[in-house]
Design a protein around this ligand. Structure first.
Ligand code: CP
Length: 305
């Protein structure tokens, strides 16, 4: 399977076979890192929104494979400040690098970047829309910690309305006969468009605002932050912040082998006391960003098939 020159914009653009192929390549890369694989290649890391994991793991992956990096972590230092359009910014950058990763607050910005650039573009998160490379590392984490992707019962809790990591992940997991449990207050529940898509694909799902209602069913619980920066009205955020908390008391209501994931950053939704339990998969999940992003860079740059 050849993913050379492919843009990675939406998880919807990838078939089940392609996702499984990517996971196979990630495993190969993790067990046999070839340190000169991207020598001579340049990554442009264009971050218009804050990031720790996505930005640093892309940079670290590129450096570990002997590639180089250009880019910025805030638009304040770019000519966007002088009024240059995103289209022109990307068109220029495409002439200085071999691959672009972009994070931007506007939904659809990564797709626009892919149209402007003649080199592969990777979406590092576009507003509340999608975060496909996070999804690939989430899939890899589930496969590693649960031993399979098929037939799992997976809960999602927190901000499901604006949570791009959740949006991407449910679409990817829909390929593997899951049962989903969407745990959120009505105002932060999964958008209807995603529920319609799951219905069309005959995916089983339940909606509730009660954290413990289905907790004994779960193989994986994917926890998300209530994202202050996504709320148009700050008072709405105040209403929901701190609404769910995964702590020792919650663990009384779960299977022994439940894995708890979180794309991070966390605020207070997972108590620190969980970190040293067998349930905590979130720091390993973040670490999986390295082999996953190494594999994706090598695939789109045509260095691995
Ligand atoms: N998971 C994730 O996207 O983290 P950052 O916002 O720190 O990149």
């Amino acid at each position: 399977m050849d993913l050379k020159n492919r843009d990675i914009i939406s998880i919807n653009d990838f078939s089940k076979e392609e996702l499984l192929h990517i996971l196979k390549v990630v495993k190969q890369v993790e067990s046999n890192p070839k340190n000169n694989l991207l020598k001579g290649k340049i990554l442009a890391a264009l971050f218009f929104e804050p990031s720790t994991r996505t930005r640093l793991s892309f940079i670290s992956s590129m450096e570990q494979l002997s590639g180089t990096i250009i880019g910025f972590s805030t638009a304040n230092v770019t000519s966007i400040q002088k009024g240059e359009s995103l289209w022109d910014t990307i068109k220029m950058t495409g002439q200085y690098a071999d691959v672009i990763v972009i994070r931007h607050p506007l939904e659809g910005s990564a797709r626009l970047a892919a149209e402007a650039a003649s080199i592969p573009v990777i979406n590092g998160g576009d507003g509340s829309n999608q975060h496909p490379t996070q999804t690939m590392l989430d899939l890899y984490t589930i496969q590693k910690t649960k031993g399979r992707l098929e037939n799992l019962h997976i809960g999602f809790v927190g901000d499901l309305k604006y949570g791009r990591t959740v949006h991407s992940l449910v679409i990817a997991l829909a390929n593997f006969n899951p049962t989903f449990y969407f745990i959120a207050p009505d105002d932060l529940q999964m958008p209807e468009s995603y529920l319609d898509e799951l219905f069309q694909k005959k995916v089983k799902y339940h909606k509730t605002s009660d954290l413990t209602r289905f907790s004994k069913e779960l193989d994986v619980l994917y926890v998300t932050r209530i994202q202050k920066e996504r709320f148009p009205d700050p008072l709405e955020y105040e209403k929901f912040k701190g609404i769910y908390r995964i702590d020792g008391a919650f663990l009384q209501h779960v299977k022994k082998d439940l894995k708890i994931m979180h794309p991070l950053p966390r605020i207070d939704e997972i108590d620190k006391s969980i970190d040293n339990t067998e349930h905590a998969a979130y720091f390993g999940q973040a670490a999986n960003g390295i082999p996953v992003r190494k594999a994706l860079l090598a695939l789109v740059l045509g260095k691995i098939k």
